[in-house]
Design a protein around this ligand. Structure first.
Ligand SMILES: Cc1ncc(COP(=O)(O)O)c(C=O)c1O
Length: 380
């Protein structure tokens, strides 16, 4: 059965006469017990912070998506990333952090982890099996993101997973770009896959939500323990909306993915463009890895413009009518940002031209193309 079919039928209440299609939302802090004897039993969900039936349904969906064994939720995608990291480190440990990771994760490493006595080394995302040489005696985690949020390099995940396993190091990936739909990192040997469900699963740019999927119950228990220790809670209403989004995510994803590929292919031939950063394009430096490990693309890609004054880049973005100017992706509306002010890499070469990022929404692809075409003269 395809994921798109599974997502319609997984995590649903038992069907019977008069039952609703969707689970009812249960809002609760206090949960009551029949007997005082049960108050301290681990057999029962004992408090609202421990989730609800809707959360269980959503966890079942994420485990199906990633072929994982356990799923924990966090109040944002960033909180999901930091939850996974915190579950894998203690004071004195060392983390290998991909240089192309989502900026706030890098800040978390540079501030919070540093304060907690955890050191970090950033590595070039194209390091592959060579990661073995970067692993120290106290390395406990390799943090990955493929493709990177802004710069779209891919990792050789099987090679990194293999090197990490040989040295007993946990691997975790921010899998937000692929939505888990076109990349299944746990099947390539990665231990933990993290999602900003804020993007495709929400799909409507109005909820912030994160998920951490573990490849084994043992790792899942570690994540759950830290989630409980730090008190992360996600509202049942938000969980319900993310579950609702999951029912249609494949259809929405496929449309945005197709638009992105069409635009990326067209932009490659535009005079103003130096390079398009989309791993499904044969010219992408990591295209072979993409062809081996991914089953498709996503809504998001980058464009390196030929060198031009920043004012012209801003004028181009301001001239777009259908692309909103804003962070994020995976919603129904298309977005565009210029990336240079937030590029903060230590191990990778620069592009030699301004970098912008497009996120395709659900508009008609021909309309999006026409919108970009009418704005391009601003780059002259
Ligand atoms: C790759 C990636 N990871 C994590 C996040 C964080 O997600 P959230 O906004 O839900 O905290 C984002 C948000 O833009 C992202 O792009």
């Amino acid at each position: 059965m395809k994921d798109s079919t599974k997502f319609i039928h997984t995590g649903r209440p038992k069907v019977g006469t008069g039952t609703p299609v969707n689970r009812e939302i249960t809002r609760a802090s206090t949960l009551l017990f029949d007997k005082a004897e049960d108050l301290y039993s681990s057999d029962f969900r004992n408090y609202g912070r421990q989730g609800s039936a809707v959360h269980d349904d959503l966890a079942a969906i994420f485990c199906k998506l990633e072929l994982g064994e356990a799923c924990d939720f966090a109040p944002s995608g960033l909180a999901a990333c930091t939850l996974a990291i915190m579950a894998c480190v203690k004071s004195g440990d060392h983390v290998l952090l991909t240089d192309n990771c989502y900026g706030p994760v890098r800040s978390f490493a540079d501030t919070f982890l540093k304060r907690m006595g955890v050191t970090t080394t950033r590595f070039n995302p194209r390091t592959g099996a060579g990661i073995s040489e970067l692993i120290k005696d106290n390395t406990t985690l390799i943090w990955l993101e493929s493709p990177g949020s802004l710069t779209f390099e891919l990792h050789d995940l099987p090679a990194i997973a293999h090197a990490a396993k040989a040295k007993g190091v946990t691997t975790a990936i921010d899998n937000t770009w692929s939505g888990g739909i076109t990349l299944k990192p746990l099947t390539l040997g990665i231990d933990i896959s993290v999602h900003a469900a804020t993007k495709y699963f929400c799909g409507h740019s109005d909820i912030v939500f994160g998920a951490v999927v573990s490849s084994s119950e043992k790792i899942g228990k570690r994540i759950t323990a830290v989630r409980k220790q730090i008190g992360h809670h996600t509202s049942p209403d938000d969980a319900y909306q993310i579950l609702r989004g999951a029912r249609t995510v494949h259809m929405r994803f496929a449309r945005a993915e197709a638009s992105a590929l069409m635009l990326a292919t067209w932009l490659e031939d535009c005079d103003e463009v130096q390079q398009v950063l989309h791993p499904a394009l044969p010219n992408h430096p990591d295209h072979d890895i993409w062809a081996r490990d991914f089953t498709g693309g996503a809504c998001l890609f980058g464009v390196v413009l030929k060198p031009v004054a920043e004012a012209k880049v801003l004028a181009f973005i301001n001239a777009l009518n259908l692309f909103g100017i804003g962070y994020s992706y995976g919603g129904f509306e298309s977005l565009c940002i210029h990336c240079d002010p937030q590029l903060n890499r230590t191990t990778s070469e620069s592009f030699g031209g301004p970098l912008i990022r497009f996120a395709c929404g659900l508009e008609d692809a021909a309309d999006l193309k026409a919108d970009i075409a009418q704005a391009l003269p601003n780059l002259k």
